[in-house]
Design a protein around this ligand. Structure first.
Ligand SMILES: [Zn+2]
Length: 285
């Protein structure tokens, strides 16, 4: 086990550098639920980091993915399915050039607050040696419970980092099983991608997942829709545009409860649409 990784972690470092050095140099750290979330949900960021010598991404995948819909020969819940998904994750990391740590937990561990908090220590040990500017995880408004659980785990982790570690400057929640375009602009961060060839090739590594659901086409469609519809008065200048919920207020205020934060965010979204209708209703007077 390389120094810096919790026990039972599978580590993929495509450029072959020592893990402790990779962790220190990371500008972006992403904590996600499943083997494929890095590429299918955060693909534009992976591609951007791959093209920028100043940025490098370390992805931490919490579960082994054995709870997904199985494929022929590797039924749901099986070790074969977990091994297959790890192989797919490794291939995608080799394409994107990003380091991946697969912690190998079950989804049940993520969904249980008591067992999940034990994982925080492992994550603090990994991220305590990182100095990322940005931490990415799932958005708290995701429809997939395991994604939301991992977002809560990540929030607990960044709040538990030792004071000797320079804190990240932003905490972003990526689009997943929910689109984020209904949120107020001030709560969103745009993550443009200019290399859809790479994102498509990475997505297609996950053949076990694409048999039953075309996540690759779905994410491409969403990113292209964002790129087109988001700025109706400007020509599309990027091929793909992912959106993220800006969850930095949870980093800045360690006492802010995630549910309270969501209340503020959803109230802002409601006010934005109500104000537009109100303005248009009364403008003629
Ligand atoms: Zn996922």
């Amino acid at each position: 086990m390389p120094p810096g990784a919790p026990p039972n972690t599978t580590v993929v470092v495509p450029d072959g550098r020592p893990l402790d050095q990779v962790l220190v140099d990371a500008t972006d750290v992403a904590v996600v639920a499943h083997p494929d979330d890095l590429e299918l949900l955060l693909g534009t960021v992976v591609a951007t980091c791959a093209a920028d010598a100043e940025r490098s991404l370390v992805g931490i995948v919490c579960t082994d993915g054995a709870g997904s819909v199985g494929v022929d020969g590797a039924p749901t819940g099986s070790q074969e399915l977990a091994a297959l998904r790890a192989t797919e994750q490794r291939a995608a990391a080799e394409l994107g050039g990003h380091t991946v740590l697969m912690l190998g937990h079950s989804s049940a561990t993520m969904l249980d607050p008591a067992r999940r908090s034990a994982v925080v220590d492992d994550l603090v040990a990994v991220m305590g040696s990182c100095r990322p500017a940005t931490v990415h995880t799932h958005a708290l408004v995701d429809r997939h419970a395991t994604h939301v659980a991992v977002a809560l785990l990540t929030i607990d982790t960044v709040r538990a980092l030792p004071s000797t570690t320079p804190p990240p400057t932003s905490l972003l929640g990526i689009e997943g099983w929910s689109s984020l375009d209904w949120l107020a602009d001030s709560d969103l961060v745009e993550l443009p991608g200019r290399n859809d060839d790479l994102t498509i090739r990475m997505a297609r590594c996950f053949t076990s997942q694409l048999t039953h659901k075309r996540y690759d086409l779905a994410m491409q469609g969403r990113w292209r829709a964002n790129a087109t519809f988001r700025h109706h008065d400007a020509p599309d200048d990027v091929a793909e545009l992912a959106l993220a919920l800006d969850m930095t207020p949870l980093l800045a205020d360690p006492d802010l409860a995630p549910a309270e934060f969501l209340g503020t965010v959803t109230a802002r979204a409601r006010r934005t649409v109500a104000e537009q209708v109100s303005t248009l209703t009364h403008h003629h007077t």
